[in-house]
Design a protein around this ligand. Structure first.
Ligand code: SDX
Length: 431
């Protein structure tokens, strides 16, 4: 929100230039520099966007110093304890938690949109069985654009609601089909008698040969994991979705772009990378050697699942994930799980090490999520697909906020050009 306060830019030999300071409800004041180029011919330089607010948003707030995460003002700890994932999906989209009637209607809409077009199932046949499931998701989710042309009419709120409901409903089916295809098992159709997350587990682990009843403790754990991953303000993949959407691209194409970005090991791929790292460390006795490597500037090794651009205190999701992990392992009689014990010891040692303390590197959401997903029976290669399934509700809410902005402009950053000066093309025999 604009305020009366101003920031004054003073450059030697130039007249001072003033810019308004924007005041948020929570978080950092922002200097509105949208007129900087026109007024001064200058750009700001901020590669990696360390100090840049790319948009105004009402959806999610993170206080990195306090380790606070709010979805539409509600603390993540309360949402994880008191709500289901579909409550949170509704909240992120509509701005308020659903009442009894709204929840019933929303759940029924989602249940009746869980199947995908039968011809979409053929897309899977085009992939090798050992294709990474995130590659499958990029392709299949993007292909939804080919089946729902009306999604282009997103100026119409009804169409935006339909697109949101469709993709929230179909992502579990698409993810489960990617898993079944990789296993060489038949696809499982959705069951409308099950809850959202129980149905997902049915489609993942059920077979036509016998009735599959998901373990309610595991269903609750996975449903909470979905909530923890649902949104996270302007992270790399959400920014990708917003930038793609700013061109007017179909929402499914934008979500596909977000999936591609989330795949990276520095982002959503960290849970898969973290589990592989724990397997690589292997034993608590090896932890000091890997801590040493993580601190070595000449060694590219990083402790996966540690550090965060915003959280310079504990990631609140990591605390909740550690509890979920303990509950799931206890339910499955795996309290002495080797990797969980190793993770706890790695966390303890790292948090006592002055390098991690000085650089404020704490476990993030990805540190424990791999262990709990592996215990539930989800293979490592599917971890980021689970993240994408959950983050899709946040991406769609952020996409809608962007597309509904009356001041929407196509995102088009500039650059600091440090390449060759202007020069003429020489004849080939003079090159
Ligand atoms: C997610 O943005 C989001 O909100 C993302 C996310 C979401 O919900 O969308 O929260 C999900 O992506 C969580 C992060 C998952 N990634 C990892 O766990 C990968 C390991 N972490 C690092 O790659 C890193 O911490 C990042 C990418 C998460 C953050 O990188 P930044 O903010 O650019 O910080 P940086 O890389 O500049 O690190 C600051 C310093 C560096 O040392 P110096 O150059 O200052 O000497 O800390 C060091 C880094 O070398 N450092 C680490 C480290 N992370 C940072 N050293 C060892 N191990 C690590 N994990």
């Amino acid at each position: 929100m604009a305020s009366e306060r101003k920031a004054t830019l003073i450059i030697e030999g130039r007249e001072p230039v003033e810019f308004p300071i924007m005041t948020p409800v929570h978080g950092n004041d922002c200097i509105d520099i949208r007129t900087l180029g026109a007024k001064t011919g200058l750009f700001t330089y901020d590669s990696g966007f360390l100090s840049t607010a790319a948009c105004e948003s009402t959806i999610t707030f993170i206080d990195g110093d306090k380790g606070e995460l709010l979805y539409r003002g509600y603390p993540i700890e309360q949402l994880a304890e008191k709500c289901e994932f579909l409550d949170v999906a509704y909240l992120l989209k509509h701005g308020e938690l659903p009442n009894v009637e709204q929840k019933k209607t929303f759940v029924n809409i989602i249940k009746t949109h869980t199947m995908i077009h039968e011809q979409m199932a053929r897309f899977y046949q085009g992939f090798r069985r050992d294709a990474h499931p995130m590659a499958v998701m990029v392709g299949v989710v993007g292909a939804l654009s080919a089946f729902y042309h009306e999604a282009e009419n997103f100026a119409d709120q009804t169409q935006r609601n339909i697109s949101f409901n469709r993709i929230v409903a179909k992502l579990p089916t698409i993810v489960a089909m990617a898993y079944k295809y990789s296993m060489g098992e038949p696809f499982m159709y959705p069951r409308n008698d099950l809850s959202y997350t129980a149905n997902f587990m049915h489609m993942m682990f059920g077979t036509p040969c016998e009735k599959y009843e998901p373990n309610p403790v595991l269903v609750h754990a996975l449903d909470t994991i979905f909530t923890l991953h649902a949104d996270h303000e302007q992270n790399a993949s959400t920014s990708t979705v917003r930038l793609a959407g700013s061109s007017g691209a179909n929402p499914y194409a934008c979500i596909s772009a977000g999936i591609g970005c989330l795949w990276g090991p520095a982002h959503g791929g960290a849970n898969e990378a973290c589990l592989k790292m724990l397997e690589q460390i292997g034993d608590v006795s090896h932890v000091p050697e890997y801590i040493k490597r993580a601190k070595d500037k000449n060694d590219s090794f990083k402790l996966m699942g540690f550090g965060h651009r915003v959280y310079k205190n504990f990631d609140p999701r990591a605390k909740l994930m550690r509890k979920i992990c303990a509950d799931v392992l206890q339910e499955l009689g795996l309290e002495n799980d080797r990797l969980f014990k190793l993770a706890l010891e790695l966390e303890r040692i790292a948090l006592e090490d002055e390098y991690f303390v000085e650089k404020k590197l704490y476990p993030n959401v990805d540190f424990y999520s791999g262990i709990v997903q592996k215990a539930i029976g989800i293979p490592t290669s599917m971890f980021t697909c689970i993240f994408a399934l959950a983050r899709t509700v946040g991406w769609m809410a952020q996409w809608e906020e962007m597309i509904s902005d009356p001041d929407l402009k196509i995102g088009r950053p500039r650059q600091l050009y440090v390449g060759a000066s202007r020069r003429d093309v020489p004849p080939i025999n003079q090159r």
